[in-house]
Design a protein around this ligand. Structure first.
Ligand SMILES: Nc1ncnc2c1ncn2[C@@H]1O[C@H](COP(=O)(O)OP(=O)(O)OP(=O)(O)O)[C@@H](O)[C@H]1O
Ligand SMILES: Nc1nc(=O)c2ncn([C@H]3C[C@H](O)[C@@H](CO)O3)c2[nH]1
Length: 271
């Protein structure tokens, strides 16, 4: 089946063929996550995948939820309750010692909630195996960001122990519903990510320094390249990783885009 993307060479006709069945005969869903440093280009790359394979679902990182947490306050008996909104992303960047633990629990929970949503009906009823592409995962929450905040001293050892215990319970209870088949690691030097971050100009990230991106880069390399991060989930230890050079400017170059798509398709076929 060719798709109407208008870009013949990006058609996903060979992305995934016959629908795979689970042990109980139900249609399986294939899930991959896109991992990478801040502003490396995950959302941009996800849009590229979506345009090449319109029947893949991209599940975005729930950033807008982190930016707008509603809380009700009641000023006393008889007073009408008021709703206030807080920007937890901004709070975490402005005062990481105070807010990192809160941020990590909320980012992980909101990722899980978003990713637990089933794919849209048209994907489930399609001939092909439904594909969900997650922007980051509950695993990067722990093995990149929370671990980094702990190593930086922004999460103390008690908070870290509580987070890990809570995270393990979440994975035990819900992990099979968001289980990944593979990871796409978008890799670029921290300086490139810094340039893109500055160019994007997200208000909350104004204080982010190159040093922070360098630390996050090292965490990604330890987890996905050197495999030296201690991982606590068996399936995750074995997961295939496709590494892509995200430093190239694919937006202006159709050939580069096509190479990326081909690599992703081949990766998928092998899963
Ligand atoms: N391959 C690329 N070439 C040039 N610019 C790019 C490329 N990919 C992304 N950009 C630009 O870099 C900026 C950050 O990209 P994007 O928002 O996709 O990053 P992200 O990895 O999703 O960020 P975050 O980590 O905050 O979720 C954007 O301004 C985007 O246009
Ligand atoms: N501390 C921390 N923990 C996370 O799990 C996490 N996930 C994303 N982010 C930051 C990166 C971008 O600024 C912005 C959007 O990706 O949110 C995080 N920050």
């Amino acid at each position: 089946m060719a798709h109407k993307a208008g870009k013949r060479s990006f058609s996903c006709s060979s992305c995934l063929s016959n629908k795979s069945l689970t042990e109980d005969g139900k249609a399986g869903v294939k899930r991959v996550s896109i991992e990478g440093n801040i502003a490396v280009g995950k959302s941009t790359f996800a849009r590229l995948l979506k345009s090449a394979c319109p029947d893949w679902e991209v599940v975005a990182e729930p950033v807008s939820k982190w930016q707008n947490i509603k809380s009700g306050t009641s000023k006393g008996p008889g007073a009408s309750p008021q709703t206030t909104a807080s920007n937890l992303l901004e709070m975490m960047y402005q005062d990481p010692q105070r807010w990192s633990y809160t941020f990590q629990t909320y980012s992980c929970m909101s990722r899980l909630r978003t990713q637990l949503q089933p794919p849209p009906a048209h994907l489930l009823s399609s001939e092909r195996t439904p594909v969900q592409v997650y922007e980051r995962s509950i695993y990067s929450d722990r093995y990149i960001f929370a671990l980094n905040m702990f190593e930086l001293g922004c999460i103390n050892s008690t908070e870290w122990a509580v987070y890990k215990d809570w995270h393990s319970l979440l994975v035990e209870q819900f992990g099979h519903q968001v289980e990944l088949e593979g990871i796409i690691y978008l890799r670029a030097q921290p300086k490139k990510c810094m340039d893109r971050l500055e160019h994007r100009g997200r208000e909350e990230e104004k204080g982010v320094k190159l040093d922070y991106l360098e630390k996050l880069h090292i965490q990604h390399e330890r987890w996905l390249v050197d495999k030296s991060t201690e991982i606590h989930f068996e399936k995750l230890k074995q997961i295939p990783v496709l590494q892509l050079d995200a430093s190239v400017e694919f937006q202006s170059d159709p050939e580069v885009r096509e190479q990326f798509i081909t690599q992703v398709k081949n990766f998928f076929k092998a899963l």
